[in-house]
Design a binder for this molecule. Sequence first.
Ligand code: NHR
Ligand code: GAR
Length: 229
Amino acid sequence: MIKHADAAPCRVVVLLSGEGSNLQAILDAVETGQLPIQVNAVISNRPESKGLERARRAGLRDIALDHQDFERREDFDSQLKAIVEAESPQLVVLAGFLRILTPVFVDHFAGRLINLHPSLLPKYPGLHPHQQALDAGDSNHGCTVHFVDEVLDGGPRIIQASVPILPADNADTLATRVRNQEHLILPLAIRWYAEGRLKMARQQHRVLLDGEMLPSTGFCYKEGGTSPP
Ligand code: NHR
Ligand code: GAR
């Protein structure tokens, strides 16, 4: 179902750990009227993250919850869950969030929690995917937005974008090329969700877009190709 333009904007909470360039891409899309959402809060597990500064500058609520203040992962996660839940979000977005989340958090937000991962999943889950793609001699690489479940980077995939790996690439040049695509596919996936068009079909481990089951890779995004739905 497509929501009408006058419907209340979708309430979104963004979790990050670092730079926040993906947060910026989301905020820019909101600013230019391409994304019918409101970002209610930005939360980082690293108090010094640049992403929190960006949130503050944009006039958003910024919250630091340092994982180092907690002895157990589950304690951090239940505190994080309480802080996020206080914002009554319809969608929670992991945009460069670097802490593995336990079921305490993930189960609570199942179906309304998405992550952006810099690889063509199921290849290279976890950390340092760019170096892994280079070491494997792959000819292409990319990024994926997926629903989060208890399997790290293993939840149902929503959308992927692919980039070439060039002979002179190192992990930094490759990461930059991938990041440009991240800035396109993350706002697009959020828009689909906000428009009520995206659902996680948990049983089938798949994603429905407009009621149609996407392939296991998710929607294949092509910049400059036919414009996505
Ligand atoms: N949690 C669950 N349950 N499922 C997923 O799919 C998740 C998740 C939490 C984060 C992002 C993920 C990525 O896209 C993400 C997906 C952190 C690590 C990690 O090893 C791995 C994958 C991702 C995020 N983190 C270390 C840890 O001990 C800390 C590393 C650091 O601080 O630099 O948590 O890649
Ligand atoms: C992005 O490249 C994102 O894919 C990656 O961190 C970067 C964050 O950039 N995420 C992970 O590696 C998750 N493990 P940003 O802070 O500028 O948005």
